[in-house]
Write a new protein. Sequence first.
Length: 127
Amino acid sequence: MNTFKKINTGNAPAAIGPYSQAIAAGETIYVSGQLGLDPKSGKLVEGGIEAETKQALENIKAVLIAAGSSLAKVVSASVYLADMDDFARMNELYAGYFVEPYPARATVAVKTLPKNGRIEIAVIAVG
């Protein structure tokens, strides 16, 4: 018996490939990587790492709300940066979206991201 549920909201960018914005498997919600894309235009927001980080987190927040969850219920995050020199600024902004106990997290540098984004964030949360 399949207990997967597709999560979709117009308050976050539509998937740009063959994947869902999120999948709920029981009480666990797997949110696909979110770029700093404006949900309405589908384009990267302007303003560099700060603007893209905020938008990626707002997109995650919107998907989690659609799933009946919230940022407070995130247990793990994966952050992908196109330039590790952006780490400190990303980290500062990221901290403003989460509270103690902070989610477990991995941050890695990658060669390139879709649409030439500077950051992509994926999370796992509980419902």
